[in-house]
Design a protein around this ligand. Structure first.
Ligand code: SRM
Ligand code: SF4
Length: 559
């Protein structure tokens, strides 16, 4: 669909209504193009089962994405979502790379009930997809420090301030109100055509980049004074991952640091940046429509100038930030009030009962029994919160009973691995990702064990296409779907998500991924410096030499 068409659909949608309501009432199992585009703003994606290639008539179903600012859920909310997974979806919950939960496989006639039940749990799907501000991500580490809680609270504040005002969502899904068509809401922030493209915001703590803050349209890094009081935020603008193979006009980009704002200035500053995207983003070419291209085309100085003109206060220069360290909040940690939290690795975010692991049942049982609140992480993992010391042993026993592995049982590569859903649900997938990465890691772990590297952290990310949903372009090793069963191999990002990886080899067959990495990892084992991570090693050694190592040609001894 061309950009003009999406723009026309948004313009004619009368505040995100379009033909959605009528089409929900007809007997078709699918939505037509206009309703499909508008349904994204309501958190819904039309999909079909891509495993079933023989289908003469496509079996349509829908992915539903919730919006959960900062990934924070009460235990009751988690249990409500868990129940929906069986009642309306495919018996799984999918933790996403933006701290939300997705359902797959919901049929059209169940959409309304599913959305109602999500809303009854005081959650929403409005704005989870579409050309709009998406789920606001924030470091989920539980804390009792009021200053840090205030920082996490900005995820809710920003989310509320940037939510569309239209009543369409309530009219269509919740209230059974008659459709009010004479109400083409002119959104105060978004206008009638919303944004040219999606818009993403993340909030990080100093030194903790668990949210990959540089990959967002806007990143906020909280900064504290010597007394641990929140001073404000450094503002980062223009990050993004999506690109198209063989189209040099599209690229992954890390955000630039543009200034510093006080806590009371954050909402005004971020809203102003959203309006710059709204007003200057490319509405003629969706592949060039993200905010990152404005930053690229204008340069940072001009961007700051335009932003300043839209602010009622003087934006201060950015302040020094401490270096980012590696945090994924997995394992047991004290949370500051005598209680504990437990970060559990969820392989590729899929919460299911499969392969002898009763992950979904086990989590349900623990959360039901101990009323633990839940946090979702941007690495697709889950944190159980507010655990009393005397409950730890019983929770560990429940995990063991359900064959759920603790982080200590994960290799360094599996712990930091992320894969997007790809096949069979994603309509844009070229290759496997979520279903393939565990097998690739099995094979890789054998090599890592042989080399004595099994416990070393390595970030490996796999996607079924170059759109970058697992943020592969900041990983140390990335496999990006390229053509049938073949991937583009990227190397040299870093564990803390502050450096872009670069393409190393194209069109690597899935069976050749680990054999390709083997000589490079052997070389790393032999020549790395004390404590040096693989991505840093690749950058230091340089791709020319790594290619020589890979092909076995030429001088390869490291300095
Ligand atoms: Fe994504 C499209 C899944 C995070 C970049 N993404 C999609 C769709 C909806 C496919 C589609 O348009 O038909 C995928 C649904 C697959 C499915 O079956 O569930 C999809 N994206 C995901 C999730 C579920 C991946 C995951 O493993 O968790 C993540 C949901 C996040 C959420 O809860 O809101 C997800 N997507 C991301 C991220 C990572 C992030 O935001 O931190 C990115 C890269 C960052 C960025 O936006 O630049 C990302 N998704 C894309 C793009 C490329 C956008 C671009 O600028 O080019 C697309 C395609 C598009 O928008 O046209 C896309
Ligand atoms: Fe689909 Fe591509 Fe995103 Fe994977 S990276 S979920 S294949 S759009």
């Amino acid at each position: 669909m061309s950009k003009q068409n999406v723009e026309a659909i948004k313009l004619q949608s009368q505040g995100l209504r379009g033909p959605l309501d009528e089409e929900l009432r007809n007997s078709d199992s699918f939505l037509t193009e206009a309703a499909k585009q508008i349904s994204k703003f309501h958190g819904i994606y039309q999909q079909h089962d891509r495993d079933d290639r023989k289908q003469e008539i496509k079996q349509w179903s829908f992915m539903i994405r919730t919006r959960i600012p900062g990934g924070q859920l009460t235990g009751q909310q988690y249990l409500a979502l868990d129940a929906l997974a069986s009642e309306y979806a495919n018996d799984t919950l999918r933790v996403t790379t933006r701290q939300t939960i997705q359902f797959h496989g919901v049929i059209k006639t169940d959409l309304k009930n599913t959305l109602r039940r999500i809303n009854h749990a005081l959650l929403t799907t409005l704005g989870a997809c579409g050309d709009i501000v998406r789920n606001v991500v924030a470091c989920p580490a539980p804390t009792t420090d009021p200053q840090r809680l205030a920082v996490q609270g900005f995820a809710n504040l920003l989310s509320a301030a940037l939510t569309p005002q239209t009543r369409a969502y309530h009219q269509i899904w919740l209230n059974d109100e008659p459709m009010v068509r004479e109400d083409p809401v002119d959104e105060p922030l978004y206008g009638r055509t919303f944004l040219p493209r999606k818009f993403k915001i993340a909030i990080a703590f100093p030194g903790d980049n668990c949210v990959d803050v540089f990959t967002n349209d806007v990143g906020l890094v909280a900064l504290f004074d010597g007394q641990n009081r929140l001073e404000g935020f450094n503002v980062l603008v223009g990050g993004g991952m999506g690109l198209t193979h063989n189209n040099e006009e599209t690229f992954a980009r890390l955000a630039d640091v543009v200034g510093f704002v006080k806590p009371e200035q954050v909402i005004e500053a971020v809203s102003a940046i959203v309006t710059i995207h709204r007003d200057y983003g490319d509405r003629t070419n969706r592949k060039h429509a993200r905010l990152k291209y404005i930053l690229h085309d204008w340069g940072v100085e001009r961007f700051i100038q335009v932003l300043q003109e839209r602010l009622s206060f003087e934006m201060q220069p950015a302040r020094p930030m401490p270096e980012f360290q590696i945090h994924d909040h997995l394992g047991w940690h004290e949370q500051g009030d005598g209680k504990y939290y437990l970060g559990l690795p969820i392989e590729n975010g899929r919460i299911a009962d499969r392969g002898g692991v009763w992950l979904r049942t086990g989590l349900r049982e623990i959360i039901h029994r101990y009323h633990s609140p839940v946090r979702l992480t941007a690495q697709q993992n889950l944190i159980l919160v507010d655990i009393h010391p005397e409950q730890r042993a019983a929770i560990e026993a429940l995990l063991t009973d359900h064959h759920i592995q603790a982080v200590e049982q994960f290799s360094g590569a599996r712990r930091y691995g992320i894969a997007c859903p790809a096949l069979p649900t994603c309509g844009l997938a070229i290759t496997e990702a979520e279903r393939a990465l565990p097998g690739v890691l099995d094979e890789l772990e054998m090599v890592l064990a042989e080399l004595g590297l099994l416990d070393d952290p390595i970030s490996i990310r796999m996607t079924g296409c170059p759109n970058g949903c697992a943020r592969p372009y900041v990983a140390e090793i990335a496999f990006v779907g390229r053509s049938l069963e073949k991937y583009k191999l990227y190397l040299g990002g870093n564990l803390v998500g502050t450096r872009l990886a670069e393409p190393f080899l194209d069109l690597v067959h899935i069976n050749a991924l680990v054999p390709t990495l083997r000589p490079l990892l052997t070389y790393y084992r032999d020549y790395r410096r004390e404590g040096e991570f693989f991505g840093d090693f690749c950058q230091r050694i340089g791709f020319e030499r790594l290619h020589a190592v890979y092909t076995g040609v030429g001088e390869t001894a490291a300095d």
